[in-house]
Design a protein around this ligand. Structure first.
Ligand code: PMP
Length: 315
């Protein structure tokens, strides 16, 4: 679905997936004025389709747009556009339990600019793709390495919003880590170089006893929607959840560590390598990660009662 205007996103239209035309001097190509979102549609056992908290993605895109000097769709426009796109692609939503339809909304400066300035025109589009479950057979641990030379975000920068440039910034470190066999990178804050930030595309949690800690949202990490949901689920299950500065030492002494994100849902961390030393967490799949994964995935797939009213049914 595509809508392209000076800042009015009220009349989008459905189009077949394909290339789009852009001026070589489009704001997004020259000055990085681009934001994206990621969410999923799940098929229930009765065949109907559920979206998970789409208004949260709309709100995050709106706050990102404000930071990137862009107009953005209203929450209603965003959610209606997501619904229309999924409805038009219903046949691509996998059967219940077999995966989901990944939904990628994009907002970009599509007007031509030469000197540094906000684009005079913007395009909001959404494309979708079926994806399998991140874990094919039960959940499996990932292995992280802590990066301390390269940073993905600096105070006052754009790390707190989902802008395209943040992802370009992590490619080098992420490729190097993957070449060495790690699943991904864990970033530290770039001022003290000792507080946890996040992984390239997910948030991090540290478990010690009944307390689950996660770095507070302070401008350099993305306010993940899975993070926010897991905090509520964990509290409802009786865990104490703290959002604060979490030092790397605490991570190394934790009982259990896990990551959260739309793609990974809840992903247990099997080991963290810091300054060449590897710390492992038991057999890697801790009971807390397993429990939270199970509750959240069942909620998203409509297998348990949605007491929080998070799922939106596609009528
Ligand atoms: N951090 C970053 C940098 C991300 O790209 C993502 C994925 N959107 C997340 C965290 C997790 O956010 P969410 O739970 O909304 O997918």
């Amino acid at each position: 679905m595509k809508s392209s205007h000076g800042g009015d996103f009220s009349n989008g239209e459905l189009q077949r997936f394909g290339n789009i035309e852009l001026s070589p001097s489009a704001g997004v190509l020259n000055y990085g004025q681009g934001l994206f979102e990621g969410l999923k549609a799940y098929r229930k056992e009765d065949g109907s389709i559920l979206l998970f908290r789409p208004e949260e993605n709309a709100l995050r895109m709106r706050s990102g747009a404000e930071r990137m000097c862009m107009p953005s769709p209203t929450v209603d426009q965003f959610v209606e556009a997501v619904k229309a796109t999924v409805a038009a692609n219903k046949r691509w939503v996998p059967p219940s339990g077999k995966g989901s339809l990944y939904i990628r909304p994009l907002l970009m400066g599509s007007g031509a600019v030469l000197g540094l300035a906000p684009s005079p025109e913007y395009t909001f589009l959404i494309y979708v793709s079926p994806v399998g479950n991140y874990f094919k057979e039960g959940i499996a641990p990932i292995n992280l390495v802590i990066e301390h030379e390269l940073h993905r975000a600096t105070p006052g920068g754009t790390g707190g919003v989902k802008t395209i440039g943040n992802y370009a910034a992590v490619l080098k470190a992420q490729s190097a880590a993957k070449a060495k066999g790690y699943s991904d990178i864990l970033y530290l804050d770039c001022v003290h170089k000792k507080y946890l930030e996040e992984v390239s595309s997910c948030n991090i949690f540290v478990v010690k006893g009944n307390v689950i800690s996660t770095p507070a949202i302070k401008g350099t990490i993305l306010p993940g929607i899975t993070r926010k949901s897991i905090i509520d689920v964990a509290r409802s299950l009786g865990y104490e959840v703290e959002e604060r500065f979490v030092a790397v030492d605490e991570l190394l002494e934790a009982d259990e560590v896990f990551c959260t994100g739309t793609a990974v849902v809840v992903s247990p961390v099997g080991s963290v390598t810091y300054l060449g030393k590897r710390t492992s967490y038991g057999d890697g799949v801790g009971v807390v990660s397993q429990q939270l994964y199970s509750v959240l995935t069942r909620l998203q797939m409509g297998l348990i009662e949605d007491k929080m009213n998070w799922t939106v049914s596609l009528s």
